[in-house]
Design a binder for this molecule. Structure first.
Ligand SMILES: NC(=O)N[C@@H](CC(=O)O)C(=O)O
Ligand SMILES: [Zn+2]
Ligand SMILES: [Zn+2]
Length: 425
């Protein structure tokens, strides 16, 4: 069924302007104020905003192997509810997509169960164990989006360097979770004032920044595109900024929670506040904001990391790292930064659509004639509390439960099909 989306507002040069969109055969066929329906199914936007479907290159879907936490089906439902139409699945699953067979298994599961586009990462090392490198050429041929061992850092500089050399030849990106294991000291939160107050072990900032500095020099030598995951410290921002100035092909991403929260917000020994990297200091958060605004940080990702209620009820010391994020990212950022005038709506939309797409050469994140019709209708006026029981994700692990936000997705369209819409009564 073709769609005619009428009475919507679209960003044009930073301003919202009324328009209509005709969708045929899954693609955007026409955009314009003067259009009228030609027998398509009509959707009345009622003046709400239409944006490109969001793109998130950092999502943990847990399948195969972690289906009690999330599945490709529940994770993509959650993504659709959050307004996302393209997500990239991290490879810290069981098995890890580290061989052709294991990657093809993921491809088959995506084909069968995904509601939106899922692009799978393949790993850098076998089982993400950091011992033996995977065959990047084969994994690229079988559809790997990029290469990463997210969840752990690559400890050996030599392994990272060889990976980057291969990736440069293959024109692929190396995506890095930066964490030097010799600098973690069994920490469960940021090492600072708050960890001392709570009597919990801290992860120092250098565990991240030292790895980024090392990798930037390796990327320069190898001539590879190197992308830093979930940047969180002020030193990391400085190092990436300097590297960009020096002409190194480095890009990076930041998560909503690292922009919105700092260590002082952690109320106590509650694992809904435990994630990797941890919530850092106020100064770190300020540096992340500066980095985003000056282009050092390229875009926003959720690092959606679902875990079970049981695992997360074990306190900071024992619970796994990670929080969910797909269903709260846009409302949280819209409410706290666009509504308050700190960012423009265009900036936020770009950081969630066209910027990640451009960084990874993906043909998504824009509303243009001939583009695949991946769209989200946003109700910027709708105000509602974040209720974990409403999440379509199996993961309910978030520190944002009970927060009141504006700017909720009302409908998500993927490839010209409605894949999610808010319940109206
Ligand atoms: N971010 C997290 O705290 N956890 C992630 C792993 C990761 O992104 O490093 C997970 O897989 O649970
Ligand atoms: Zn990570
Ligand atoms: Zn991650």
């Amino acid at each position: 069924m073709n769609l005619f989306i009428k009475n919507v507002n679209m960003l044009e040069n930073g301003e919202l302007a009324p328009t209509n969109i005709r969708i045929a055969n899954g693609q955007i066929e026409e955009i314009g104020i003067g259009l009228s329906p030609q027998g398509e199914q009509e959707i009345d936007g009622n003046g709400r905003m239409i944006a490109p479907g969001f793109v998130d290159v950092h999502v943990h879907l847990r399948e195969p192997g972690g289906e009690q936490k999330e599945t490709i089906e529940s994770g993509t439902q959650s993504a659709a509810r959050g307004g996302f139409t393209t997500i990239c699945a991290m490879p810290n699953t069981r098995p890890v997509p580290d061989t052709i067979d294991n990657l093809e298994r993921v491809n088959a599961l995506i084909e069968k169960n995904a509601l939106i586009r899922v692009l799978p990462y393949a790993s850098i090392s076998i089982r993400e164990a950091g011992k033996e490198r995977t065959n990047l050429t084969e994994l690229k041929e079988h559809g790997a989006f990029a290469f990463t061992d997210d969840g752990v850092g690559i400890q050996q500089a030599g392994m990272m360097y060889e990976t980057m050399q291969d990736a440069a030849t293959l024109d692929m990106t190396v995506v890095a979770h930066c964490e030097d294991n010799s600098l973690i000291y069994d920490g469960v939160m940021h090492e600072g004032k708050r960890s001392a107050e709570l009597g919990l072990k801290g992860i120092p900032s250098i565990a991240e920044s030292v790895h980024i500095a090392r990798d930037i020099l390796l990327a320069e030598a190898a001539g590879a595109h190197y992308h830093v995951c979930h940047i969180s410290t002020k030193e990391s921002v400085r190092v990436v900024r300097d590297a960009k100035r020096a002409g190194v092909r480095v890009t990076t991403e930041v998560c909503p929670h690292h922009l919105l929260l700092n260590e002082d917000d952690i109320p106590g020994d509650d694992a809904n506040w435990k994630m990797n990297p941890p919530l850092r200091s106020k100064e770190d958060v300020e540096a992340l904001h500066e980095g985003l605004l000056d282009g050092t940080i390229d875009f926003i990702v959720t690092d959606h990391a679902p875990h079970t209620l049981e695992e997360k009820s074990n306190g900071m010391d024992k619970a796994p790292f990670g929080i969910v994020g797909l269903e709260t990212a846009f409302p949280l950022l819209y409410t706290h930064y666009v509504e308050t005038g700190k960012w423009t709506l265009q900036q936020l939309i770009d950081w969630m659509t066209v910027k990640p797409s451009e960084t990874f050469n993906l043909p998504y994140g824009k509303i243009e004639k001939g583009q695949t019709a991946d769209l989200v209708l946003l109700d910027l006026e709708k105000e509602q509390e974040i209720k974990v029981e409403d999440f379509l994700s199996k993961g309910k692990n978030t520190p944002f439960g009970g927060w009141n936000c504006k700017g909720w997705p009302a409908m998500t369209i993927f490839g010209g099909q409605i894949v999610w819409q808010e319940e109206t009564n």
